[in-house]
Design a protein around this ligand. Sequence first.
Ligand SMILES: Nc1ncnc2c1ncn2[C@@H]1O[C@H](COP(=O)(O)OP(=O)(O)OP(=O)(O)O)[C@@H](O)[C@H]1O
Ligand SMILES: [Mg+2]
Length: 417
Amino acid sequence: MGQQPDGRAPDTIRLLIVDDMAETAQNVQKLLHFERDIRVVGIASSGRDAIQKADQLRPDVILMDINLRDMDGVEVAEIIGRQISTCIVMMSVQSEPEYFSQAMSVGARGYLVKPFTSEKLVRTIRRAVENFPLAPPPTTGGYDRGGGTNGLRKIIAVYSPKGGAGTSVLAANMAIALQQTTQKSVVLVDANLQNGDAHVLLNVNTSASIDDLREAGVGAIDQDVIDGTVIKHGESEIGLLRAPLTPESAELFTSDATKAILVELRDHFDYVVVDTGSSFSEATLSVLEVADLIVTVTTLEVTTIHRVSQFFQLAERVGISLSKVRLVCNRVEQYYGIRPNQVESQLRRRFFAQIPEDEKLVVASINRGVPFIVSQKAAPISRAVHTLAGRIAEVLAPQSDPTPSRRWPAFLGNNNS
Ligand SMILES: Nc1ncnc2c1ncn2[C@@H]1O[C@H](COP(=O)(O)OP(=O)(O)OP(=O)(O)O)[C@@H](O)[C@H]1O
Ligand SMILES: [Mg+2]
């Protein structure tokens, strides 16, 4: 990788400082003056300012004071963590463990007690981004497919660590529901590079695929290339970028190539919904890293629950923030011997949405190539998918209510917003 579009070296850490004391922000800037790999890209003086600037600037690290005048820094961190992929380091004059664990519960990757030395500051920032890929800076320009504004442009990965959990069915139907609910532009990207079948679910017959974007190369993905590869779905308003035509192509998708394709698409659509393969491949990991939200699918099967639990542990180890994970239970059915609330307790997370089992309707809709969200709008499963889409839109909305719900104890995660 060479220089990034904003002229920075690829390994420069882009930092946003959030402190309502202008003097403190300036002092931090001074302490970092000689660090060539850390660049202050912005200063925010309030919680609301921080939420807005984080979305605009997409910093790699946000250094955030825990006590802001307008909002609680922990809440601000929680909101930002749901909107973008970034590393948050909290600053506080308090060293109490309670503050520390509050910060960590919302995914903070570092904690600095004021006053601190420049060595301590630099070490904490560098450690926060360890194993965390530095995102490309926000790109500007490019064409807009009607409404790619308002700070939207989000990547939503739909993922299950267990194959067959219903990832593709949910991704396709949810993408359509998201478009219908928000009237924004939506592209469904089939990033199940070896076994993608989204084009079958949507009955889209095309030989254009995500492989064409990889071959075009990052700088060359423009409106014409996108128009030639993203195919409009006949029965809805979404676009589809299908998986490669041959499974061998999957190996050619490096982490950089996969991320670059998604980031380019994000510039052209309000929502990029990614159907992700269950294997923990380099490409899948890249999708999860770059995603603003990860809809993680479980079912009521013990094997799937076990895999999801393992995925949560692994995600933390590889630096995927669990604050952007939302857990969805698919195929909910009372006769399966495990109840949804038991799974919630076991996984220490509340379900963001529950999708009922409806084998007849789902299989028939797959066989007809018409998503049930189009053909059976009033069915309980369609209503549940609409609820899921609505919640996703709400969580990702830039002006979402800055006061997150705190009904659940921190250990259960923060996914009931
Ligand atoms: N809510 C549901 N009710 C009934 N059946 C469902 C439901 N969701 C999914 N299925 C069934 O589960 C099967 C697998 O779904 P799907 O192909 O979406 O899974 P996947 O996680 O994408 O699998 P893969 O790992 O192969 O990509 C489908 O054939 C469908 O019939
Ligand atoms: Mg699938």
